[in-house]
Design a protein around this ligand. Structure first.
Ligand code: SF4
Ligand code: SF4
Length: 388
């Protein structure tokens, strides 16, 4: 009798799973997978080792147990549903490059509306679909601010394999996907994980400008440009140059991935980019007020740390490009900006660009600057200018 009941129940959940799968496209979900809610025991060792080696970004959930045990987010969990939403990788109408008009670039992961909002919308549509059929279901949805490791869930649920570049790579969508998940108390039968298809390829590791991919699938966040662009403080000289014109995020290890070749997804309306916003001219960024920044960038994921990191990174880019026309803007920041990181960045950029006007600005700032780290940047800039 008990066996017959169990069979009826598992048939019910298998049928519901198939219904969800069939409905996913209509709910705006590109790929869906089902996983058991067992703890991610093996992952805990990896996370611990990363912590010990100083590879964490500091943006993660600090409680490692919460990151690996779904039961700490939802009592008596029975399954996890992983979803993926595909985003574009190509700019349809990129702004024309004009001599002397330097532009920065925002990572593809922040091209449209903030993906957290888009994922939340898709998860709540999915939740409504499930609740209509199972009103008593308990559900806990999460996007990357949740406790669980999205990539571990997506891998177990068969969304894709975990690439050497630390992205989940879906055979169909590539790694241009946002991931979200929901823990449920419904015992959906799990899907099968996908076998690793990186093979002997190491293109992502070879292309990483900072050596942040310290091994296959192992990231030292403190050297990853994507992470560094989101920090708010001073940045080491070596990394400043390697950041190039990246204002937020870094896509290099995904762009070079052969699986992503030709994959560009334009069907999710909220995720399509405005070329002028994602590849903006650099000097106008420097003087944006908080209000202007929010109006222009507030709907994008790239705005989550406020304007300072993006303005600082824009200054690094002007220095890296050695844009002489930017000197008056940089001198103004050095003299007037209240934020030491911005003054420090301006000092560094002026030292790289060189010339009499840059030199005057640095000398003048040295007369009054009090902040020790800005003074350090000014001293380096002065030495660089004298050597020129
Ligand atoms: Fe390296 Fe950029 Fe990939 Fe980070 S995002 S691992 S810096 S290529
Ligand atoms: Fe794997 Fe090669 Fe893609 Fe890296 S570039 S994730 S090694 S397939």
């Amino acid at each position: 009798m008990a066996t017959a009941r169990t069979t009826i129940a598992s048939t019910r959940w298998e049928r519901l799973k198939q219904d969800i799968r069939a409905a996913a496209g209509g709910l705006g979900i590109d790929q869906i997978g089902f996983a058991s809610a067992e703890p991610f025991t093996e992952l805990k060792h990896v996370l611990l080792r990363h912590r010990e080696q100083g590879y964490e970004s500091g943006f993660e959930e600090p409680d490692l147990d919460k990151r690996v045990d779904p039961a700490l987010s939802l009592a008596e969990p029975q399954s996890i549903i992983a979803i993926a939403i595909a985003y574009p990788s190509k700019l349809h109408n990129p702004p024309k490059s004009e001599p002397g008009a330097y532009r920065g670039i925002i990572s593809r992961s922040s091209w449209g509306d903030d993906y957290h909002a888009v994922l939340r919308d898709r998860l709540s549509r999915l939740e409504a679909f499930i609740r209509e059929r199972v009103p008593e279901a308990r559900i806990e949805s999460m996007v990357d601010t949740g406790a669980l490791v999205d990539r571990a869930v997506a891998e177990r649920a068969g969304i894709g394999w975990s690439g050497k570049n630390c992205s989940i790579i879906s055979p169909e969508w590539g790694s241009w996907i946002y991931l979200g998940e929901m823990i449920t108390n419904i015992p959906f039968p799990p899907d099968t994980p996908i076998t690793d298809q990186c093979g002997s390829c190491t293109k992502c590791i070879d292309a990483c400008p900072t050596g942040a991919l310290v091994g296959p699938g192992e990231l030292n966040s403190s050297r990853c440009i994507s992470f560094v662009t989101q920090t708010k403080g001073f940045v080491e000289d070596e990394l400043k140059l390697k950041m190039g014109n990246r204002l937020y995020g870094c896509d290099t290890c995904q762009v070079v991935c052969p699986v992503n070749k030709g994959k560009n997804w334009t069907h999710q309306p909220e995720l399509q980019p405005d070329p002028e916003r994602v590849k903006p001219l650099l000097p106008p960024l420097l003087t944006l007020t908080n209000k202007q920044f929010k109006a222009q960038y507030g709907s994008m994921a790239a705005s989550w740390r406020g304007r300072k990191p993006i303005q600082r990174n824009a200054i690094f880019a002007l220095g890296t490009f050695k844009d002489r026309s930017a000197v008056p803007h940089l001198a103004e920041r050095l003299q007037q900006d209240e934020r030491p990181e911005i003054r420090g960045a301006a000092a560094w950029a002026l030292g790289r660009i060189g010339g009499a006007e840059a030199s005057d600005a640095v000398e003048e700032a040295l007369l009054t600057e009090q902040h020790p780290q800005v003074r350090e940047e000014l001293d380096h800039a002065q030495a660089a200018l004298q050597a020129q």
